[in-house]
Write a protein that binds this ligand. Structure first.
Ligand code: HMG
Ligand code: MG
Length: 298
């Protein structure tokens, strides 16, 4: 009993490229975003307004945002950790700001240099000011299913962060399996608890495929009625403050399965594959996407 329509949100230009050693030019990032727009995706995370010393690969997000052609029916988002990031996002004309924090103390500290408690007031101010500037907000919680430093993460910690973020006014909350350790039983256990408290339409799932369980976790989430999923073109990516983390589930692998299951997305697979081929060539090594490999093998 699966939903008949889902939203796929593309995070490749941000999550996919943030930890990439190969330098991708501003022009190529813009071209990737244009190809993704052409595929029918309605949501693209284009970069980050974070400290460029921490994430040098995305230091040109402002230029990317200024150069890319916009479509009225596409939401363009970017990561914003604080006031300074919000200023960048406003200057760039980003539609939706993505705030982010972790369910585990150690990852939160390593990733954004603050304790969980210290993070709340910073994000609260960002969300409020963002709203005043006409921006919607997506919230990310990292390490929902496991932390690279603390291993197990109690579901109570996830609830606490989720409650705070919803109270601050995030429009949507994306639950991150940052290091790709979740399994379908765990996903359903956590979702059972969260769906008791928060509306299904406002939850999204963000699975990394480090251990090959991302697709199974998607099915487990679909089975619980969740209808928003993050994907990364080509399966690019990983979090630099999560050792060993690999990319999100490849958007084209997700789409292949959804299409086969007759679940509508509005996305064109051939066009996605062209975008994946383009960025694979620029990166200069084979990307993890199964459908990309299958298409090039033909
Ligand atoms: P900090 O060092 O505590 O910041 O870093 P600060 O406020 O003390 O400022 C120190 C310096 O940073 C100053 O510059 C600021 O101007 C500058 P200086 O005076 O030294 O030259 N600075 C900034 N510069 C540009 N843009 C900004 C900004 N803020 C301060 N917004 C900070 C705190 C949050 C900035 C830092 O820790 C940071 O940039 N972290 C980024 C971490 C990151 O992007 N991680 C990857 C994304 S999260 C992820 O991948 C998970 C997700 O995909 C979900 C999942 O899979 O779980 C979302
Ligand atoms: Mg991620």
């Amino acid at each position: 009993n699966f939903p008949n329509k889902v939203d796929v949100k593309e995070v490749g230009p941000r999550d996919g490229l943030q930890n990439e050693q190969t330098l991708i030019s501003t022009e190529d990032k813009v071209s990737l975003i244009h190809q993704l727009s052409d595929s029918g995706l309605k949501y693209i995370e284009v970069g980050s307004f974070v400290n460029p010393k921490w994430i040098p690969a995305l230091a040109d997000t402002l230029e990317v945002a200024k150069k890319m052609k916009r479509h009225d029916d596409i939401t363009y988002s970017a990561l914003v950790p604080n006031q300074k990031g919000l200023e960048g996002a406003i200057e760039a004309g980003i539609d939706e700001i993505s705030v982010f924090m972790s369910a585990s103390e150690t990852h939160n500290k390593k990733n954004i240099n603050k304790s969980i408690e210290e993070t709340f007031p910073v994000l609260k101010a960002v969300i409020e000011e963002g709203r005043n500037a006409g921006k919607t907000t997506r919230g990310y919680i990292s390490t929902v299913f496991g932390c690279p430093y603390e291993k197990n993460v109690a579901v109570e910690n996830v609830i606490r962060v989720a409650e705070n973020l919803f109270e601050m006014g995030v429009d949507e909350l994306s639950l991150g399996d940052t290091i790709g350790v979740a399994n379908p039983s765990q996903v359903q256990t956590v979702l059972n608890v969260l769906l008791d408290r928060f509306p299904r339409e406002r939850l999204a799932m963000h699975f990394h495929d480090t251990r090959g369980t991302a697709m199974a976790n998607i099915v487990a989430s679909l089975d619980m009625g969740v209808t928003t999923f993050d994907g990364s073109i080509g399966g690019l990516g990983g979090c630099p403050y999560a050792p060993g983390a690999s990319g999100n589930l490849a958007t084209e692998d997700l789409l292949y399965m959804l299409q086969g299951m007759d679940i509508q997305t509005g996305i064109n697979q051939e066009k996605l594959l062209l975008a994946a081929q383009f960025i694979e060539k620029k990166i200069g090594r084979p990307l993890p996407s199964h459908n990309l490999q299958a298409a090039t093998a033909k």
